[in-house]
Design a protein around this ligand. Structure first.
Ligand code: KIV
Length: 274
């Protein structure tokens, strides 16, 4: 048996084929150990540039570098074996030209061995998406709220609240789909718009704060576990690990300070002389 056939990962074409079918389950992960935990239950693991906020405490994703994405992408690949791993292209690594995007995407794919990349932008990135897709790089788009554009947007607010503002977002979705992306994340848009886009385009839509009308859902793992200091309003919590970790750390500190921390005799069964 070849190494390639020993591990069977989901592929971008398989995710593309899920349009209108069984909902796609996607979560972020940045570490080998969390990747192993989510791998069995998720179709796609996203190594999101949200690692800038979650792991590094940055206010935005703007400072995230290609090197940071590659390091965590490699960890997630080591920890998982079934899900499709998608690595985010960080701000500044793809917008200058389609050639810049190609070089950055190739570096990510060669050094992490992930199955696809994700980039933010709609119609303005369509030429780049086509360039990459035609050269063997599966691309996931990201439209609606685009966190890398925070300095131009001014705030992280929901998009397309009024029907009058829908058209550019619908055009973004159509452009990304026609350019050859295999799926598209739609972030923080109102339910009727998410539904309309999902019905209109040929590729799966993956919502985050965009309602269950999408073909799949993605959340930042630490947000849904209650581990992030600031969680977007639309995130449903499935755990509350922050307080549980703090309680465990408090017990440990108490044991150490009161000298009730178990010694090695506890483990090795050593007898102390009386
Ligand atoms: O970086 C990230 O985690 C993302 C998700 C919010 C979709 O892009």
């Amino acid at each position: 048996m070849s190494v390639a056939s020993a591990i069977r990962r989901k592929t971008a074409p398989e995710i593309r084929a899920r349009k209108g079918g069984e909902p796609i389950v996607m979560l972020t992960s940045y570490h080998a150990h969390t990747a192993a935990l989510v791998d069995r239950h998720c179709d796609v693991i996203l190594v999101g540039d949200s690692l800038g906020n979650v792991m590094h405490g940055f206010e935005t994703t703007v400072p995230v570098t290609l090197e940071m994405m590659i390091l965590q992408g490699r960890a997630v690949m080591r920890g998982s074996s079934h899900a499709l791993v998608v690595v985010d292209m960080p701000f500044g690594s793809y917008e200058a030209s389609k050639e810049q995007a190609f070089h950055s995407a190739v570096k990510i794919m060669k050094e992490t061995q992930c199955g696809a990349v994700k980039l933010e932008g709609g119609a303005r990135m369509a030429e780049t998406v086509a360039f990459l897709s035609q050269r063997g790089i599966p691309v996931m788009g990201h439209i609606g709220l685009k966190p890398q554009s925070i300095n131009a947007l001014g705030s992280f607010r929901a998009q397309g609240r009024e029907q009058g503002s829908w058209e550019p977002i619908e055009n973004d979705a159509g452009a990304i789909s026609q350019a050859g992306a295999f799926s598209v994340v739609i972030e923080a848009v109102a339910e009727p718009l998410a539904r309309k886009i999902t019905q209109a385009i040929a590729i799966p839509t993956i919502g985050i704060g965009a309602s269950s009308a999408c073909d799949g859902q993605v959340l930042v793992l630490e947000d849904m576990l209650g581990l992030s200091p600031r969680t977007p309003k639309f995130v449903r919590r499935y755990g509350n690990l922050g307080p549980a970790i703090e309680a465990a750390v408090e017990s440990y500190a108490k044991d150490v300070r009161s000298r009730t921390f178990p010694g090695p005799e506890h483990v090795y069964g050593m007898k102390t002389k009386s």
